[in-house]
Design a protein around this ligand. Sequence first.
Ligand code: SAM
Length: 243
Amino acid sequence: MSYLGFTRSICRHYLSQIEFPKILEIGVDKGQTAIPIIQNLSCTRRQFMYTGVDIRLSKDLLEQLGQFESVTVSWHDDLSDRAVILFEDNSLEWLKNNQEAPIEFDLVLVDGDHNYHTVLNELNLIQNLIKPSTLIVCDDYQGRYSEKDMFYSERDEYKNIELATPRINSEKSGIKNAVNDFVNTSKLDWKVDVFGPGDPCFLYRSEYLKIQANPPPDTLLRDMDIFFEIKKESPPGFRNSFF
Ligand SMILES: C[S@@+](CC[C@H](N)C(=O)[O-])C[C@H]1O[C@@H](n2cnc3c(N)ncnc32)[C@H](O)[C@@H]1O
């Protein structure tokens, strides 16, 4: 899946409240989400940082992004005002290697490998790289892989991609179980919302972020307006106080 249909809403109603928004997308693919996010932010923000991690980065995407006016695209860390940083890496490795990084992402899009093992571990690692008001969106929470595992390493087109995670069978399967187990075992008070019959879930801490959507029944996520209110600013150095 991709987040087509609600990236503008997230940019317009959530990222617009943040002076220097920092986004992490796990699973970039062809940039169906990355491109509209970067376009929206480059029109509205003096500073932003988009970080994408994928086991197979698209060369076409790099070419396309390289043509964006005043956006710096890099394969490595870059401190320019409007930075797009792409990593060809396995999400779990990347997250483990960046646990001490001085980054606090405002928006994390989880859409890489679609299985219980990966998503549960990703969420546990992401928890150290975010603010209290951060929004995490997990794709396919309600979809095909809600209660079923899929490993990209088993797809034909990925058979030569060494970064892909080989199958690991867990006691449970699927993204919904991973998200729910993460929420139930986390020391933090996470709330999970789904809006309409769409795939993703929104994961956030209601003490810090308010999300509102009142769509008529069966409205698709892409057709609804979702409103966000950052209720409390994150205290400086909050990360160390969590653990
Ligand atoms: C469904 S696509 C992502 C779609 C994208 N988020 C969008 O909105 O258009 C899933 C992507 O995850 C990548 N992927 C699979 N396993 C991964 C892992 N462990 N770490 C990082 N990326 C992974 C695949 O290469 C694929 O490009």
